[in-house]
Design a protein around this ligand. Structure first.
Ligand code: FES
Length: 137
């Protein structure tokens, strides 16, 4: 009986705790080229994988790019990018937590920010890389 409980509860508890703790990125120090900036329309978004990390890229009405983890810090649902009235925001599909363009939680049940990624355009290519140093990850 104890073994069965450990088998069922263990992985769930591990996943919940791991999601709340800062962690080192497997892709730290790497850069990915995501494609041409002129092929990415304003007020749209796309989800990409950066290593094994799911990242959502949003492009605002003014052409600026924003990249955060696509996995909500509440219970791990996917987030989407919205832009209304020229104000961009990331919103969780499950319980409606809202995050600003840097991933800072604004409202909803999520109390931790989304991980932010560095995104820039160089020679027309969109480049994605990790943000932070080893102490911050
Ligand atoms: S999983 Fe995102 S708000 Fe609950």
């Amino acid at each position: 009986m104890v073994g069965w409980i450990a088998l069922v509860i263990g992985p769930t508890a591990y996943g919940l705790i791991r999601r709340q703790l800062p962690h080192a990125s497997e892709s730290f120090g790497k850069t990915s080229i995501l494609g041409r900036a002129d092929e990415f329309q304003a007020k749209t978004s796309k989800v990409v994988y950066f290593g094994r990390e799911k990242v959502i890229i949003g492009r605002s009405h003014n052409g600026s790019f924003h990249a955060v983890s696509a996995v909500c810090t509440h219970l791990g649902c996917s987030v989407r990018f919205e832009e209304e009235n020229d104000q961009g925001i990331f919103v969780c599909n499950c319980h409606n937590s809202k995050f600003d363009l840097e991933g800072v939680n604004l409202s909803g049940p999520a109390v931790m920010p989304l991980r932010q990624y560095k995104i820039e355009v160089a020679k027309g290519d969109i480049q994605l890389s990790a943000v932070g140093d080893a102490a911050g990850l």
